[in-house]
Design a protein around this ligand. Structure first.
Ligand code: ADP
Ligand code: MG
Length: 583
């Protein structure tokens, strides 16, 4: 009897096994993933999954090892977003699992499909709380933070468990799934032929969900009654990968559109119908707003309040796969529940020849506002100040992205995020990866690794110095796998800016400042990558172009004026203020 090699994947659709041979839990999990075209794992090795990672690599999977599980998890989530297949994150038990859980919860919040697979300790000991190595009831802890959570106790259930995890992650509203694999499961053996038969190739994992014809008719009615219509594209629209139909709907309807940050590039940002540079105007003045894969959450001021104009003057049409998203914040006049591809196709069908483009008064007012705003911005972006301000530095990067539209932009920070989002135009779908629905810091290096691994395209990560710190150790991972990632750290000596002082005058520095004039570029050099220190927009341009041409892992330490930057960027209003504060 031979172990392993028995349940070999001969092609993507079948797993063959020799009669009389054995297989085990390790190989069944690997075979189940491969059978479903999942060929990459992001993780951190350790007990009890070290051998699992080794075997996955031996069986031809790409196994990318990180330095911390949160970044492996963020990578898996972004892999899911980019490919519509669940990204896999693999962790050890308790602490590793908890580290990965932040990413799993974030993926669920962002509607990205991923599966967190964690090894766990012995059930019998965990359940009697007898103090096992890394003891923790992981399944119970994961449950409220993801779409679904499963534990597998028997090797013969692995095929079904992986199938359920995949379906749960990608069907309906995508999200995170937890798969708990106790250490004992990996070593369980079973007959290889029976093992191969137990695996499930998931058929149609994310079935189309057609909108009801009456919902389509209602949406078209509302749209046709609009004098000042607006389309808002969210990252759900980008995820759906029906780029041509979305573009056709926007262009054939003539309706101005506003992209949410990760939907930038779904249509090029310099498209004449983009209202990106007239955001305040269109939110306030529009009378009908059609949301496509965008939620009315805090990022859109919940669809009400000052920025949305007078109450009761707006009607919403919302396209979403999740019925419960409707009326979450304000009344939705025309809910259109279904997958975005099907909904947009149905609307396109219904537009027909009788469609009237929106009044020129509306589109003209938007164009005027755009021109004013863009003209005001242009000179700021060309400034060559030393030390650089955000505009000068981002003006340089904006030109580089324009020249390299297929590069992927990763972006996080406070001011670095806010300014880059509005300054750097995107030209292709799914090229902008950022802090998403929660606005969290720490997604940078995980996203950069996944973007490079999944697409093979060059990656430009524009990072605030604080944001970079959360995942900075992964520069070693980037060097180790020789990924074409260029990181630009906007170094202004601190969080928001670098000039805060300790109000007591004591020896500790202020809570928001870092070591002055730190050389983040040397971190990259420590692992054999390229590190460059720049102080002007011209130097920045040269360094980034060189990195993007060479494809070598590069970190550019871009010195930004430490006085530049405002508290919490554009969301300073979310900071509670003390009424008794003495400072
Ligand atoms: P943004 O932050 O860009 O506004 P959100 O994450 O708030 O985007 O919204 C994305 C929405 O898209 C979610 O409500 C999600 O249910 C929805 N969604 C994701 N994929 C699809 C799809 N294929 N079809 C329909 N809706 C989808
Ligand atoms: Mg900073």
């Amino acid at each position: 009897m031979t172990l392993s090699g028995a349940a070999q994947n001969t092609d993507a659709n079948s797993v063959e096994a020799e009669a009389g041979a054995l297989t085990d839990g390790f190989h069944l999990v690997i075979d189940a993933l491969k059978l479903n075209d999942i060929n990459t794992i992001y993780g951190v090795p350790g007990i009890p999954i070290t051998d699992f990672g080794r075997m996955a690599q031996a069986e031809g999977m790409r196994v990318i090892s990180f330095r911390h599980e949160q970044h492996a998890g963020n990578a898996a989530a972004i892999a899911g977003y980019l490919t519509q297949k669940p990204g896999i994150c693999l962790t050890v038990s308790a602490p590793g699992f908890l580290n990965g859980l932040t990413a799993l919860a974030n993926a669920t919040t962002n509607c990205f499909p991923m599966i967190l697979i964690s090894g766990s300790s012995e059930r019998e000991i965990v359940d009697l709380q007898q103090g096992d190595y890394e003891e923790m009831d992981q399944l119970a802890i994961a449950k409220p933070l993801c779409k679904a959570a499963f534990r597998v106790l028997h090797a013969e259930d692995i095929g079904i468990a992986v199938a359920r995890a995949i379906r749960a992650a990608v069907s309906g509203r995508p999200g995170g799934v937890y798969l708990d694999l106790p250490a004992k499961l990996f070593g369980q053996t079973m007959d290889a032929v029976a093992g191969a038969k137990s695996l499930v190739k998931v058929i149609d994992p994310a079935p189309r969900q057609l909108p009801a014809p009456e919902s389509v008719a209602r949406a078209l009615d509302v749209l046709k009654g609009a004098k000042r219509p607006l389309i808002i594209l969210g990252k759900g629209a980008a995820y759906a990968q029906c780029d041509d139909d979305i573009r056709a709907l926007v262009e054939q309807s003539g309706i101005p559109y506003l992209p949410m940050s990760m939907a930038k590039g779904l249509l090029p940002d310099d498209h004449p119908q983009s209202a990106g540079a007239a955001r305040s105007l269109v939110l306030k003045e529009s009378d009908v707003v059609m949301l496509i894969g965008a939620r009315l959450n805090w990022l859109l001021s919940h669809g009400k309040g000052k920025s949305w104009g007078a109450p009761g003057t707006k009607q919403f049409i919302q396209i979403d796969i999740e019925p419960r998203e409707m009326d979450s914040n304000v009344e939705i006049a025309a809910p259109l529940v279904g997958d975005i591809g099907s909904c947009v196709a149905a609307l396109l069908d219904g537009l027909g020849g009788a469609w009237q483009a929106p009044p020129a008064e509306w589109t003209g007012a938007i164009s005027e506002k755009k021109e004013v705003n863009l003209a005001r911005m242009a000179p700021k972006l060309q400034n060559n100040n030393v030390p650089m301000d955000f505009h000068g530095a981002l003006g340089a990067l904006r030109t580089i992205v324009k020249q390299r539209p297929d590069a992927i932009l990763v972006n996080e920070g406070a001011n670095t995020l806010d300014f880059a989002r509005s300054i750097i135009d995107m030209y292709q779908p799914r090229k902008r990866l950022d802090v998403g629905t929660w606005g969290i810091m720490g997604i940078g290096m995980g996203a950069a690794v996944a973007a490079a691994v999944e697409t093979g395209k060059p990656v430009l990560a524009v990072e605030g110095d604080s944001a970079f710190g959360f995942s900075g150790m992964e520069v070693e991972t980037i060097c180790r796998y020789k990924l074409p990632v260029c990181i630009v750290v906007f170094n202004n000596n601190g969080i928001y800016r670098g000039t805060d002082t300790n109000p007591t005058g004591g020896p500790d520095v202020a809570t928001t400042v870092f070591v002055k004039d730190a050389r983040y570029d040397m971190m990259m050099q420590a692992f054999g990558g390229v590190g460059v220190h720049v102080t002007s927009p011209d130097e920045l341009t040269r360094a980034v172009n060189e990195a993007m041409d060479s494809g070598k892992p590069t970190l550019v330490n871009a010195v930004i004026d430490e006085n530049a930057g405002t508290e919490s960027g554009r969301i300073g209003n979310l900071n509670p203020q003390s009424v008794v504060s003495k400072t």
